[in-house]
Ligand binder design. Structure first.
Ligand code: PDD
Length: 286
């Protein structure tokens, strides 16, 4: 069955949706995206995703294509038209279509706004039940990873390399073995003392929205949430490792480069945090 998608003011069947070959998103990856999860038909953490959208756009000199409330109306319309109970809503804003030239196009160039849904079965996913395997990959990205840019080639290659090793996610790291992020997720280790450790926010990582929500939940419950860099070796020796993102929520990592983490099963901390995150995010969902 064909999805209904949204392109520049119009809802239409996916096969009828068209974007110019001159779109700067296509030509230069000159655009920003966001992914919001849907559970029980509700958008999770969506306000925070739209705030990050505005921030990312600002960092590359673009305004919001319309007020956040208008974007939410379209997201909800897509959820309804496509019967999404569990899934994601993807949105992408580009600097629009113009003759190919690197500097920004004339100020009256219309931005492109595209949105579509993807159905997923989060509740019964193998990753939720059994955790995921990760493979280490050098992080070869640019220096503004805090911007949610559609230029994702480094992550495409990292996740492909992981997939070729039978893994569901990549652990990206620097030349000296310091972990930056998952291919499309924030990564955490749990220490022997039950502390959560993840990198502090900087230009080197995306400020994950799921990370932000989890931090709030941990602060409320007195769970130590420590922001510092850690190495691949530390992750390998940790009792638990997990990743967070819109759609993976909190997902346990059971293997890195073929070596088991903890007992090779999702650990109690990751399992509990997943439950807490989902309960609270669905309750607060819109
Ligand atoms: N990716 N780090 C990177 C590099 C990411 O691409 C993502 C999300 C995250 C987690 O951010 P959040 O919790 O806001 O989803 C961290 C999305 C889901 C994607 O590209 O599909």
């Amino acid at each position: 069955m064909s999805r209904t998608v949204y392109v520049n003011g119009v809802f239409l069947p996916e096969h009828d949706a068209k974007i110019s070959i001159f779109d700067r998103g296509f030509i230069f990856a000159d655009g920003i995206y966001e992914v919001s999860a849907v559970m029980a038909g509700k958008l999770l953490d969506n306000d925070a995703h739209l705030k990050r959208l505005e921030r990312s756009l600002g960092e590359i000199g673009m305004p919001m294509p319309m007020p956040a409330e208008e974007i939410v109306k379209i997201q909800k319309e897509l959820i309804a038209r496509n019967d999404i109970v569990e899934g994601t809503v993807y949105l992408q804003v580009t600097r629009g279509a113009a003759d190919r030239d690197f500097p920004f196009p004339p100020a009256d160039t219309m931005q492109t706004l595209v949105m579509f849904t993807q159905k997923r079965d989060f509740t019964n996913s193998p990753a939720a039940r059994a955790g995921i395997r990760m493979a280490t990959v050098r992080d070869i990205r640019w220096e503004r990873r805090d911007i949610k840019s559609v230029a994702l080639l480094a992550q495409v290659l990292a996740k492909q390399a992981a997939a070729e090793k039978g893994c569901q996610e990549a652990i990206m790291h620097t030349a000296d073995g310091v972990v930056t992020e998952g291919g499309s997720s924030t990564i955490f280790i749990v220490t022997a003392n039950g502390e959560l450790v993840t990198r502090p926010l900087s230009n080197e990582v995306l400020p994950g929205i799921t990370r932000q929500s989890l931090k709030l939940l941990c602060d409320e419950r007195g769970v130590p949430f420590i922001e510092r860099a850690f190495t691949v070796d530390e992750a390998l020796a940790a009792p638990e490792v997990f990743v967070t993102s819109a759609g993976s929520f909190v997902t346990a990592v059971v293997e890195i480069d073929g070596k088991r983490i903890g007992g090779g099963q999702p650990g109690p901390v990751a399992r509990r945090l997943r439950e807490i995150y989902l309960d609270e995010a669905v309750k607060a969902g819109v």
